[in-house]
Write a protein that binds this ligand. Structure first.
Ligand SMILES: *[C@@H]1O[C@H](CO)[C@@H](O)[C@H](O)[C@H]1NC(C)=O
Ligand SMILES: *[C@@H]1O[C@H](CO)[C@@H](O)[C@H](O)[C@H]1NC(C)=O
Ligand SMILES: *[C@@H]1O[C@H](CO)[C@@H](O)[C@H](O)[C@H]1NC(C)=O
Ligand SMILES: *[C@@H]1O[C@H](CO)[C@@H](O)[C@H](O)[C@H]1NC(C)=O
Ligand SMILES: *[C@@H]1O[C@H](CO)[C@@H](O)[C@H](O)[C@H]1NC(C)=O
Ligand SMILES: *[C@@H]1O[C@H](CO)[C@@H](O)[C@H](O)[C@H]1NC(C)=O
Length: 506
């Protein structure tokens, strides 16, 4: 990377990072949060994973979906979407799509929005919301494995309720959690519509008035807070996680009946040592229902129960109604996670990826708990727990190939005193670029290849010494030197953009 202080004539709209742990570039205004990697084994990098994050919070000046590679370089940052949550690669009608939630937060945890689906060119191929009365909540969106033309999502619904039995107003209000399965084919139909209020007894919530809401119209009590829903591979049963009942539930997809409850005040299961979880997130089925993985927060924003958050894997014996801890995975800095978090079991018995929600930490460990990767969004400090940066869920994937519809971007900077010309190039979202090639010449029609460089990080730089060319353009190359895209042609002398492309900052 070239020293930017040497650049002259640099006057047009260059964004400067607000925080020291944010990146800034010349080819784009976006200032994504840096991924601060402190442990990274070769077994992690060898699979070439991408990290899908949605950093947000007071410490994030430019929130938006963000993809990093295993070296921490930004691959894609899309602040134009604003605060996003729960980004993951899913399969829609046989094709990979990038899915994430956008919308507004009405009160802490109570949100109203839409799930955006992008294809590999980052073009919108779907916008999905709950069917009524409200729109989508960010806590869950999963395209079904049993039918990839349908998806399950969660939605909040404010309803009136008599809360005197738990010390709230008799003419009060709760936020009901709805779980809906909607079709994605445009027919707008609802396959499943489940209400926590209609299925869970009021006297068993841990969210008493004054915790998440006081039970009034303006501050409805978030009684169940369903934060994870996983439909089994055969489409028959649903694993739901209620943070505020501190329980997982198995729900029959045909009838909506709660078959069992694991955890909470009236658990149908007994627990072996260290198998209990509290205010948990991201419950997922494994081994055809014989196991579940859970992010155990160990605490909420109003109560601390365990010493630390952790990822856990539990064996589930439905006959004896007993749960045993099979594995637990602990963070480098042991501390509770007040909100959010997820556990991605890549393969039972294999590696596990965990994100610590309101703690800006993520890690990969082997099944036996060896730390393969540890990274933080921003500063790598234990004191950042439940601080100004978080990401609801962070996933890692080897399934995403990005081939943006937008062309690569270029910026040209002239150094003082004829010390040469710096040319910067980047391609937001492109995952298959291996090299950039710089073309330059005295005429727009007479450029030749003057330099070639392996892609490194988000933005690559070229330095051209005297004599300065009049015109430049950059070409992105992939495997076997195949051209994947090119910037517009730039007139170095006066900074004019000659043909289509992104704005040159000269
Ligand atoms: C949710 O969003 C929809 C669409 O923007 C809007 O019509 C509705 O009023 C919103 N509901 C709440 C409770 O904000
Ligand atoms: C879904 O169920 C809830 C609770 O019963 C109800 O209020 C809502 O109208 C239903 N939505 C649709 C689209 O049927
Ligand atoms: C609210 O429920 C309580 C019992 O928990 C009952 O005594 C009271 O009459 C109810 N109030 C209203 C307004 O329905
Ligand atoms: C809650 O109330 C139901 C009856 O409506 C009762 O069966 C259950 O035992 C109560 N739960 C607790 C924890 O007291
Ligand atoms: C990474 O964390 C360390 C320790 O807090 C900090 O000194 C450093 O600035 C961070 N780096 C980035 C890029 O955020
Ligand atoms: C957990 O993090 C908080 C900051 O959110 C810090 O004050 C506290 O000391 C940490 N606890 C432990 C056990 O490190």
């Amino acid at each position: 990377m070239l020293a930017r202080l040497a650049a002259a004539f640099l006057s047009v709209g260059l964004a400067t990072a607000v925080h020291p742990y944010e990146f800034s570039f010349l080819t784009t205004n976006s200032t994504p949060v840096a991924l601060n990697i402190s442990i990274c084994s070769s077994s992690f990098t060898s699979s070439n994973p991408l990290i899908l994050a949605t950093p947000y919070g007071k410490g994030v000046s430019s929130p938006g979906p963000t993809i990093y590679d295993a070296s921490g370089a930004v691959v894609w940052h899309a602040p134009e979407w604003g605060v996003a949550h729960d980004m993951n690669v899913q399969t829609l009608r046989g094709q990979p799509v990038l899915a994430f939630w956008i919308g507004v937060e009405i009160k802490t945890g109570w949100v109203n929005g839409t799930v955006v689906l992008l294809d590999k060119s980052y073009s919108v191929v779907g916008m999905v919301a709950a069917r009524a009365p409200y729109r989508a909540d960010f806590h869950e969106f999963e395209i079904l494995r049993s039918d990839d033309d349908t998806a399950v999502l969660t939605s909040y619904n404010r309803i009136s309720a008599n809360l005197s039995a738990i010390g709230g107003p008799a003419e009060g209000y709760v936020l009901d959690s709805l779980v809906q399965i909607v079709t994605l084919d445009g027919s707008d139909s609802l396959r499943f519509n489940w209400s926590a209020w209609e299925h869970l007894p009021l006297n068993e919530t841990y969210a008493l008035p004054g915790t998440r809401g006081d039970g009034t119209l303006d501050s409805p009590l978030d009684i169940a807070h369903i934060n994870a829903v996983d439909v089994s591979a055969d489409g028959r049963s649903i694993l739901m996680s209620s943070r505020h009942y501190q329980q997982l539930m198995k729900v029959d997809c045909a009838t909506g009946e709660v078959e069992w409850r694991m955890g909470g005040m009236k658990s149908d299961f007994t627990f072996g040592p260290r198998a209990e979880f509290h205010f948990q997130h991201h419950g997922r089925w494994h081994e055809n229902g014989k196991a579940v993985s859970v992010f155990d927060n160990g605490a909420s924003d109003w109560e601390v129960i365990e010493p630390t958050a952790r990822g856990i894997y539990l064996s589930v014996n439905e006959k004896t109604r007993h749960v045993e801890l099979v594995r637990e995975w602990l963070p480098l800095y042991q501390n509770i996670t007040k909100m959010m978090g997820d556990v991605q079991v890549l393969l039972p018995g294999g590696d596990v990826w965990i994100d610590f929600g309101t703690n800006p930490w993520m890690m990969e460990q082997t099944w036996d708990g060896e730390m393969l990767f540890w990274a933080t969004l921003g500063p790598n400090e234990p004191s950042e727990a439940n601080g100004p940066i978080g990401s609801d869920r962070v996933f890692r994937t080897t399934e995403w190939v990005g081939e943006p519809a937008e062309p690569p971007a270029m910026a040209v900077v002239q150094r003082l005193n004829g010390a040469g010309t710096e040319v910067y190039v980047s391609w937001n979202g492109a995952t298959t670029v291996t090299e950039y090639e710089l073309h330059a010449g005295a005429g727009a029609q007479s450029m030749t290849v003057v330099a070639r460089t392996a892609k490194a990080g988000f933005e690559n730089a070229f330095l051209l010494s005297q004599p300065e060319p009049q015109f430049v353009l950059a070409v992105a190359l992939g495997q076997k030197g195949k051209e994947l895209g090119r910037t517009g042609v730039y007139d170095v002398a006066d900074g004019l953009r000659v043909s289509d492309g992104r704005v040159a900052r000269i």
